[in-house]
Design a protein around this ligand. Structure first.
Ligand code: FES
Ligand code: FES
Length: 219
């Protein structure tokens, strides 16, 4: 049965009114947003950042959106720190900032005013390698080598974190000294991906350095 005519008219009137109201509301919201955007104070597009990299004072003027990784690679020409995913997923860009490891692709350069940054170039040379570098060579902890700088930076930090008593997801007894086990190392290195699958050899290298007690003593 058809609804009474006055019901149809009221319904159509209601729908038309709603559509018009929504349109008007949308336009109002859009206009307000544009107005607020127009009123927003414009910040500087670039910033000069002073930081110390591998013991050398550096000053760079960068677009505010520039990552620490791009400053290291593009501005300072320290290409040992690698860009793998550029999304915080592979660990190739790992370096240390004030002694802690960071994914430099996820960190804006402007956040590092006054910071101490260390890259793979700062920890050793072919003539005087860091113990972790020596162990990676000894145990063939790499194939193509692209992930290796990040692996080494992370590995050194992992040992320091365990020594400092910082627990991980797999740490059992939080009231006892953390043991450097395969499980601990694997868990803590899980953010460093190796597409060549050199994980077993990387683990062997880190374990040897941890047992020698010589990793990252200058971190
Ligand atoms: S390049 Fe930074 S995590 Fe992959
Ligand atoms: S050695 Fe090739 S990605 Fe790790």
């Amino acid at each position: 049965m058809s609804p009474p005519i006055d019901f149809v008219i009221r319904r159509r009137t209601f729908l038309a009114g709603t559509a018009a109201g929504a349109l008007a509301a949308g336009l109002t919201t859009q206009a307000q947003a544009q107005s607020q955007t127009a009123k927003s104070p414009a910040g500087p597009d670039t910033t000069t950042v002073r930081l110390t990299v591998n013991g050398t004072a550096q000053e760079v003027t960068v677009d505010n959106r520039t990552t620490l990784l791009d400053v290291l690679r593009e501005d300072l020409k320290l290409t040992g720190t690698k860009k793998g995913c550029d999304h915080g997923q592979c660990g190739a860009c790992t370096c240390t900032v004030n002694g802690s490891r960071v994914n430099s692709c996820l960190s804006l350069a402007v956040m590092h005013e006054g910071d101490e940054v260390e890259t793979i170039e700062g920890i050793g040379t072919p003539q005087a390698m860091d113990p972790m570098q020596t162990a990676f060579v000894k145990f063939d902890g790499f194939q193509c080598g692209y992930c290796t700088p990040g692996q080494i930076q992370s590995a050194r930090a992992v040992i320091e974190e365990i020594r400092a008593g910082i627990p991980s997801h797999v740490t059992g007894d939080l009231n006892s000294e953390i043991q450097i086990t395969d499980e601990e190392i694997r868990e803590r290195m899980s953010g460093n991906i190796c597409r060549c699958g050199a994980y077993a050899n990387i683990l062997a290298a880190i374990t040897e350095v941890a047992e020698q007690g010589t990793a990252g003593e200058d971190i």
